[in-house]
Design a protein around this ligand. Sequence first.
Ligand code: FES
Length: 320
Amino acid sequence: MCETCGCQSNVSPASSDVSVAEAPSAVAPVASSSQPFVERFSDGLQHTIQVVIGAQRKPPRLLKSLLHGTFLGHPLHPAITDVPIGAWMIAAIFDIIWLVSPVSSDWAARGALVAVLVGLVGALGAAVTGLADWSDTYGAERTTGLYHALLNITATVLYLISVVLRFQVASNENIVAAILGFIGLAAVFVAAYFGGDMVFVKGTSVNHTAWEAVDESYEAVMPLDSVEENRLYRVVTASGIPVVLMRRGLQFYAISATCSHAGGPLNEGTLDGDVVQCPWHGSRFCMRDGRALTGPATVSQPRYDVRVRNGQVEIRRADK
Ligand code: FES
């Protein structure tokens, strides 16, 4: 039983490019008056979001992890965005039906009103989860994410005005409300383009261990007598995959050293019992089974079986 996170992992007792972890350095945006406005605005907004969601608080940082989707093992934001996009598309279809035949399709106007309301509720969830994800981005992905967010906020405001207008007329028939909805939907589509650019072009929230090679057999990575207890070691497999290794008594644990969130070096992280914390954005993983415990990471680390043979520590990818 893991003392720190309570997992039930069974890792066989013992089984070389080696480097010892150094003290982690916090990565924090530094505002400067010489920076462009977008950068300074992003710095300030990210800081505010991180304070609100408790990014700097002590683990387990439940609210932050919840917003990222760590408990699901999948990013939460892209799942929620389907709600406003789908609902507002349905609203647009209802509005078109009503515009074509205002007299005979009163039901369409009411349907549009309900769809817009559902979309607004979904937009709230999409906004809070998206801002949590965005608060851990840097550089070009951060700027693209800001445009993505501003467009979606613009769309949400347009739909808010639209729904107010729909409530102000007895029959829910308001041509201005419908037009505002169309404009809002166009903004959502442009925002989706930026969101796709973040993920598919810039790699935001992509599992950074997804393409790590799986070797079938054990391979020696370092001499047993070089391994001290409760220290993180970076070893590299024959396929060039960096792995972080630790020893506790006769037990050895090893997981991929590349953080699934954005590629941070876990071997340079901090060790708390059997839990390693990434030095880049603070994701925490159980060394026994690689499970993601605290966001922003949502995907668990690949785990390695460890054994000792002939005085050498050997590892083999456990999950194929
Ligand atoms: S790279 Fe972001 S938490 Fe590890």
